[in-house]
Write a protein that binds this ligand. Sequence first.
Ligand SMILES: *Cc1c(COP(=O)(O)O)cnc(C)c1O
Length: 387
Amino acid sequence: MSSVLGTYARKDISFSEGKGSYLFTEKGEKYLDFVQGIATNVLGHCHNHLVKTIQEQSKKLWHVSNAFVIPEQERLAKRLTKNTFADFVCFQNSGTEATEAGIKIARKYFHKIGQSEKNRIITFKGAFHGRTLAALFAANNPKHIEGFGPKIDGFDQVPFADHEAIKKAINKNTAAIMIETIMGEGGIKVVPDFCLKGLREICDEHGILLILDEVQSAYRTGNFFAFEKSGITPDIVPIAKGIGGGFPLGACLVTKKVSVGMTPGSHGSTFGGNPLAMAVGNAVLDIIFEKDFLNNVKKKGEYFDNNLNKIKKKYPKIISEIRGVGLLKGLKMVVDNVEFIKKLMDLKMLTVKAEENVIRLFPPLTVSDKELDEATDKIEKVCKAMS
Ligand SMILES: *Cc1c(COP(=O)(O)O)cnc(C)c1O
């Protein structure tokens, strides 16, 4: 019997090595990995540049307290702000901490400007913001919150995509609207550009903040952030998963205006932003910022989309919809998603489920067309077997 607390329904398989798009078992069985630690290993397994970086940094310095200036942290923050809407970054270790930091920053902003009655955040049904208490009750997923009361107050939830409900929910106590630009766990539901623009307008009209949770979508859509193609500017953006390329790393990005409440002592993290994590975060950016890298993600996303749509057309009784942007893809299934995932695994391909009977596909951003074809092939084989 395992001594690990049983909080996961694990598959009875483990891996001993990974390279790029593939995972290998002890016995040498090779799996095409389109889970990638749930959208986390953006450069695939054991990318040479990351391996080299972590080796070198591990000989120099692992961890120092945030009581001291950390040059690697300064550098990553500078690169993240120079290339985005943000003016400041606070580093964490995970996505849930990043969203919690976002919630804290929003509340503290209004406190600082003398409007501390504005402390409630509007969130959406089907959202996922992580597993710490505030993030749990922000998303309010009945399956996740059961038994974890008392409820953390301060969140008002509305149905997804219901602009009227949002307007109705806003009152004098509203501080912010928080939404995932692409709802990941909820089933790869993309918030369309016109909705993002609509949300920005509502926020401006009421003097409240827009928090876009990009923990799952950052770097993955062919833009640096998924919201960028809409042209809007958010106030606060939590990121994690992909930004560490497989190393635990989270961050919360914020504008100068909204940062004013976050003075020394107002927030902290022992590990957040340590030299080892920062070296890896910088190394991931080295690759992401290479000329045409993100453009190629877009192209590969379109190529994969084309493949998947062909299958969908051929097997409309198996797959009903192709969702997602870039290399963040979801297949909405007509047949049971879990059964399909199991059959893909028999063909040595790994995928992960989401709500709404969706299968998520997270190839590494370094995936080749040939590997995308291999994935397409396996998906088509299972469609054929199930029809
Ligand atoms: C995964 C996820 C989180 C939580 O991240 P952890 O690193 O698991 O804490 C938060 N928000 C979104 C959108 C996510 O996909």
